[in-house]
Design a protein around this ligand. Structure first.
Ligand code: ATP
Ligand code: MG
Length: 276
């Protein structure tokens, strides 16, 4: 396949791996392992298609196990150079996510990767053009969500397609789930792609959200006052925060079933009821 756009930085070649575990790319000595990072986008040029993947792991390897037991004398620059160019190397584990197949990719867009590139296929860091080809350029339908690691390129999301599916934002604690979700809701509101009902258990989306390290970020009501209605069950909590909700919701005693109380038994510290 001929390249229709410039390649990113050359990383190395594919030396093994699998579709489920990801392919192994032996890193070129010219690409410093420290500059590789988990989650970076990588493009692998197969014979008839390009593979678009992410780095899922980075390992340090040596071709000679005795190096682990008795490391060489690296104070000698010649030995250091020989060892670092031949005996030790790093492997990137790249999970192929999408394939771009020749000229068809321009029309059909990327498809889920169902195969892997062959041995010795060259791997590159994804270029701005690669990222744009996968995520689309910012326009009326594509919402700019952020940038990939170590890149300035805009990652965009087609919100019309996004709202047609069920979506989840997953991640370890403190990795930015709430911020990303807030951005997604902003995008959906801005493009009027859909209407959302948000159960805002920790009051992060309605009026304002907390930023770690201090400060607040605007919530949806502040950004789109006429398009967002905030409902609250807790008037006092709102007053403490200096916020007036659009609607106060009151749950009548006649609307509470025994099952609702049973569910809250631990929270309300109630003793176990006797089944009769
Ligand atoms: N897109 C972003 N722009 C700027 N700062 C961000 C962004 N995403 C995350 N942060 C910073 O990281 C902190 C943690 O993000 P966030 O609260 O979204 O994480 P979380 O995954 O929802 O955490 P938790 O699991 O505790 O709910 C934020 O308080 C903010 O300081
Ligand atoms: Mg959160």
């Amino acid at each position: 396949m001929t390249d229709s756009h410039p390649q990113g930085k050359h990383l190395g070649i594919v030396v093994g791996g699998s579709l489920s575990q990801g392919v192994e790319v032996r890193l070129d000595p010219s690409a410093p392992v420290e500059e590789m990072a988990l989650g970076q986008h990588v493009v692998i040029q197969g014979q008839s298609r390009r593979f678009f993947g992410v780095i899922t792991d980075i390992t340090l390897e040596s071709s000679d196990d005795t190096l682990k037991a008795s490391p060489p004398d690296l104070s000698n620059p010649l030995i250091a150079r020989v060892v670092s160019s031949t005996a030790v190397y790093a492997t990137l584990h790249v999970l192929p996510m999408l394939t771009l197949e020749g000229a068809l990719a321009l029309v059909e867009g990327p498809k889920p990767a169902k195969t892997v590139p062959p041995h010795f296929s060259p791997a590159y860091l994804a270029s701005e053009e690669d990222v744009q080809m996968v995520f689309g350029a910012e326009d009326q339908r594509h919402f700019w969500l952020g940038t990939p690691l170590d890149m300035e390129t805009r990652v965009c999301l087609n919100l019309e397609e996004f709202v047609q599916r069920s979506n989840g934002v997953f991640g370890k604690s403190g990795t930015g789930k709430t911020f990303l979700t807030r951005l997604l809701l902003v995008g959906i509101l801005q493009k009027s792609a859909a209407v959302n009902l948000v159960f805002d258990m920790q009051s992060e989306y309605g009026w304002q959200g907390y930023r770690e390290g201090g400060g607040w970020v605007k919530g949806l009501k502040q950004l789109f006052p006429s398009q967002v209605a905030v409902f609250s069950l807790d008037e006092e909590h709102c007053r403490k925060r200096g916020i007036s909700p659009d609607y106060l919701v009151r749950v009548g005693y006649n609307q509470i079933e025994p099952e609702d109380v049973a569910m809250l038994r631990e929270t309300l510290n109630l003793s176990e009821g006797r089944a009769s």
